[in-house]
Design a binder for this molecule. Structure first.
Ligand code: CMP
Length: 143
């Protein structure tokens, strides 16, 4: 079954949006198989955003994501990567459609509420970066 890594960023944790965001993915029908409130280390942040290493906003990005707790999650389900990205909305919240998470709750690109893996390869890499194998629970979904 396809898996993705989703992370409620420090801005949204501060604003008390964890429950609202988790509820959207639960109601959609995806299965939560791992979750934790955590503070990302500098090294994890640098690894996570390695593809943006040469961008002018890289340092700002790393500083922001390590500035406070995040809520890291692994979700599973049919086409969860693509569908969760549609539910998140585009990166720039001011361009994200109403009804999407960023469209409903975000205003500026740095504080864009949530991160989601963009491919099977990045999901694999990101899940391994933030979760140990024994932190992921496989259990049957009855509905
Ligand atoms: P995310 O999906 O976590 O992946 C990369 C992040 O870079 C993106 O969300 C934005 O939060 C951030 N980002 C993109 N463009 C900019 C920018 N111009 N300034 C600051 N952060 C940015």
């Amino acid at each position: 079954m396809e898996k993705t890594f989703l992370m409620v960023k420090p801005d949204a944790v501060q604003r008390g949006l964890i429950g609202e965001i988790v509820a959207r993915f639960e109601k959609k029908g995806f299965q939560l198989i791992g979750a934790k409130l955590m503070r990302i280390s500098q090294e994890q942040a640098e690894q996570h955003y390695i593809e943006h290493k040469d961008k002018p906003f890289y340092r700002e990005l790393v500083d922001f994501i390590t500035s406070g707790p995040v809520f890291a999650m692994v979700w599973q389900g049919e086409n969860v990567i693509q569908i969760s990205r549609q539910m998140m909305g585009v990166t720039r919240p001011h361009e994200a459609a109403p009804g999407t998470i960023r469209g409903d709750f975000g205003l500026i690109v740095r504080k864009n509420i949530i991160h989601g893996s963009d491919s099977v390869d990045s999901a694999d890499r990101e899940i391994k970066l933030f979760f140990k194998e024994n932190e992921l629970l496989e259990y049957s979904k009855l509905i």
